[in-house]
Design a protein around this ligand. Structure first.
Ligand code: NIG
Ligand code: FE
Length: 415
């Protein structure tokens, strides 16, 4: 449902543009004091100074919202999550607290495989209602567009089920969040294919990609390109096939081991490379040159106690950096946007302005939507957040606490 809405007396704070902001451009925000935005049928039709509310009675068909000087930002875009899954993995977290590593738990059959088991056991309705619960939480933190991945089915039926759940949630008339689905069949090797990773890639290429593409169940294809999971060669083969089906490439790249995922992303012209904790200097330069969005997930580094990705250096090298939560039941059971912001500023050395661009316009670019969302500009969707203050510097200062008092989606208010 879309609405007509006037928000006035706002301190509008937004990046500008219809493509990703790279390097030093990320720090440039437009700030409008005493600002108004007009949203007509869900789309922004005016951004500027307050201009009086009457306009010959025209505005009687609009809802009015007095922001009372508070900051109005574009809605957050969480461009990397795994929010459709069964079960939880609290035990695993406790093993990691005792010193066991994420990869060693995965190697002995836990990790992603245990969520696959739980996901395969749940039906459509239970999986859908669990996923819906996460969407509600995200919306309260200001997320207006979220990407979600399959990857907890690893068989035909359950992979398609995850994608169909996302479609069904996205079609919900009352939806507070737009959902962008990604096919991540190459998230781990299912036990049925133990020792036969190349054959599993063949299965994904021959039997899954055609169905996913034909039914438009996903826009992107992702792969966990990691030592001991899927190799550079296997990732290249899968993503090249996906591109031929019209699915843009995304990679879980260089998360635990510097395998060269960033370089592969650049070679393939991928839309984004994500994680990048171990990305090499050459990989960072290659991403900057190729225009690959570097999507950083500081909550995962925090939760796994791994070193943070080199966000500052990536921006200084000219990359477009996005930030996302990576919400998933294993490596990062958190969708906290406020904590993401604090960690990005404190440990990755992003400025507050860069962090805002990374969570809005560059997140949109990582989902090929920078022309539609991610900034407050005429022609874009009426997706905003209202902060609890006239000062956007509260964003990292509120450590893990929500400073968003209102999320606005397509002109609809969600307090
Ligand atoms: O982005 N690294 C691979 N995939 C997820 C974790 C999935 C899981 O542990 O269930 C990630 O961190
Ligand atoms: Fe992930």
């Amino acid at each position: 449902m879309n609405e007509n809405l006037i928000i006035f007396n706002a301190r509008i704070v937004t990046p500008e543009g219809f493509t990703a902001r790279k390097g030093s451009e990320m720090a440039h925000l437009r700030v409008i004091e005493n600002g108004t935005v007009e949203v007509t049928d869900g789309i922004i039709t005016y951004v500027g100074q307050n201009r009086g509310e009457t306009r010959d009675g025209y505005y009687q068909h609009y809802w009015h919202y007095n922001a009372r000087g508070r900051c109005l930002l574009p809605g957050f875009v969480d461009s990397h999550t795994h929010f459709v899954f069964g079960g939880e993995r609290a035990e695993e977290f406790s093993w990691r607290l005792k010193g066991e590593s994420y990869m060693s738990i995965m190697e002995r059959g836990g990790g992603i495989a245990s969520t696959v088991k739980a996901t395969r056991e749940l039906g459509f309705l239970k999986l859908r209602s669990a996923a819906e619960g996460y969407l509600k939480k995200m919306s309260l933190m200001g997320v207006t567009t979220v990407e979600g991945k399959s990857g907890y089915g690893l068989d035909r039926e359950t992979e398609l089920l995850q994608l169909k759940i996302m479609r069904s949630l996205g079609n919900d008339e009352q939806r507070r969040i737009d959902i962008v689905p990604t096919f991540l069949g190459a998230h781990a090797l299912p036990t049925e294919y133990a020792g036969r990773a190349d054959e599993y890639i063949d299965f994904l290429i021959d039997e899954m990609l055609p169905v996913v593409a034909e039914n438009q169940l996903a826009e992107f294809c992702d792969v966990f390109c990691e030592k001991g999971v899927f190799s550079i060669e296997q990732s290249r083969r899968l993503l090249t096939a996906a591109q031929a089906y019209g699915l843009s490439a995304k990679l879980h790249a260089d998360e635990i081991y510097p395998l060269g995922g960033a370089e592969l992303a650049a070679e393939l012209g991928a839309l984004s490379a994500d994680h990048l904790l171990q990305a090499s200097d050459a990989g960072i330069r290659a991403m900057a040159d190729a225009g690959v969005v570097a999507t950083l997930l500081p909550l995962t580094a925090f939760a796994l106690n791994e070193p943070y990705a080199r966000g500052r250096e990536m921006i200084d090298a000219g990359c477009a950096v996005a930030l996302a939560t990576d919400l998933n039941p294993g490596s990062c059971f958190s969708g906290s946007v406020p904590l993401t912001i604090a960690l990005a500023c404190i440990y990755m050395k992003l400025t507050i302005e860069e962090t805002i661009t990374a969570l809005t316009l560059n997140g949109a670019a990582a989902l090929r939507r920078a022309d539609r969302i991610g900034s407050i500009e005429v022609g874009k969707q009426g997706d905003f957040i209202v902060l609890n203050s006239d000062n956007y510097h509260i964003l990292p200062y509120y450590i893990g606490m929500n400073s968003v008092i209102m999320t606005i989606k397509g002109g609809m208010l969600y307090p």
